[in-house]
Design a protein around this ligand. Structure first.
Ligand SMILES: [Fe+2]
Ligand SMILES: [Fe+2]
Length: 356
């Protein structure tokens, strides 16, 4: 089906293997049960659980700052999945074939699912999905800056899958080992699906890069536009990153922004070669001493502007999200009425049983 040079196995640079290892570790830890007993000193117990690389669960005591950090991070992640449907949703009706359309539809639906798993994970920390959505709509919580860039060509569907989902995987695989159980478990499933997303994007780009000169040019133009915004997805450099050190101590985060960015660059170079596309960085070169590629950093000034709301599509994305929320009000009302009706029937059945 593909040219001979299309790589046959996983293109996520071995990250899928790490997801599977994290999944096995989670299962084994659950079978072993936890050491120590909760009770006398909850703070000491929390510290013990973190030190032993075990999972903090919703019923456990946890420092308020740990809870707040997780709520902020999981909510931002959930919002990103939901807003992230827009740039690609924009191309579903214009996909070049039925096969491409079916794949893109499945991918965008997966992102909706990711949003739902993550809102559910956040709810275990004592906030409701409604509250989080309201915070997003009021502009008080963020989503990933990458989704404020426009999708100008079909090739962008390929590049988003390859680079944006690729960067997401690099960021998220270590979260499969996050100290908070519900988040770690959600991430395992998400990462497996992200690996399909990365793969489908890679295959679109591979096809275009080996197509007509115009298709090739479209693919290269797309990679040129998305490369630096993808590097910026890892956040500000370590020297400016405010939340990192505490999150590392709590084992929410396992690697720094710069470490993950480097890992992503190192993974992409070989893949770009197979695609036959250039990464738009003349300074990119192998550094023998470091055993890693040197590369040009993204423009962090631009990242800050986009985070503050001045990116090319911020306003459009939020307007669309608010409209979708308004237009979906009747669905939420119908679901709530149905749930109330079910609860009522159950209650009546219980009463009858008691009376009998
Ligand atoms: Fe996702
Ligand atoms: Fe994805």
């Amino acid at each position: 089906m593909y040219g001979n040079d299309f790589p046959a196995d996983d293109t996520s640079g071995g990250l899928l293997g790490e997801v599977e290892a994290a999944e096995t570790a989670l299962r084994e830890a659950a079978e072993r049960g936890r050491r120590g007993a909760a009770g006398v000193n909850p703070a000491a117990y929390f510290a013990e659980v973190i030190a032993a690389d075990q999972k903090v669960e919703p019923r456990d005591w946890m420092p308020e700052a740990y809870r707040a950090t997780l709520i902020r991070q999981i909510a931002q992640h959930a919002h990103s999945e939901i807003i992230g449907m827009q740039p690609e949703g924009n191309w579903i009706t214009r996909a070049p074939s039925l096969r491409r359309k079916a794949i893109l539809l499945a991918k965008v639906q997966d992102e909706a699912g990711h949003g739902l798993y993550l809102y559910a994970a956040a709810e275990t920390l004592g906030v409701s999905r409604d509250e989080l959505v309201d915070l997003l709509l009021a502009g008080r919580q963020k989503y990933s800056s990458i989704f404020n860039y426009p999708t100008l060509s079909w090739a962008d569907m390929g590049t988003i899958g390859w680079l944006v989902d690729g960067a997401a995987i690099v960021n998220q695989v270590p979260l499969c080992r996050c100290s908070y159980g519900p988040y770690a478990r959600a991430m395992i499933r998400i990462c497996k699906e992200e690996s399909f997303h990365q793969r489908q994007g890679y295959e679109i780009l591979h096809t275009l890069a080996h197509g007509t000169p115009a298709q090739r040019e479209m693919a290269q133009d797309s990679v040129n536009r998305w490369w630096y915004p993808s590097l910026a997805m890892f956040g500000p450099p370590d020297t400016d990153s405010t939340h990192s050190a505490q999150s590392m101590d709590w084992k929410i985060k396992r690697f720094s922004n710069d470490e993950l960015r480097q890992r992503f660059v190192d993974m992409c170079v070989g893949q770009a070669e197979v695609l036959g596309l250039a990464l738009p960085d003349p300074a990119l070169c192998w550094n023998e001493e470091r055993g890693a590629y040197d590369f040009t950093q993204p423009d962090y000034g631009e990242l800050m502007q986009v985070i503050k709301g001045a990116g090319p599509c911020n306003r459009q994305r939020m307007e669309h999200r608010r409209r979708a929320h308004r237009e979906g009000a009747w669905v939420r009302a119908a679901a709530a009425a149905y749930a109330a009706k079910q609860a009522n029937q159950k209650e009546q059945a219980n009463q009858k049983e008691k009376a009998a």
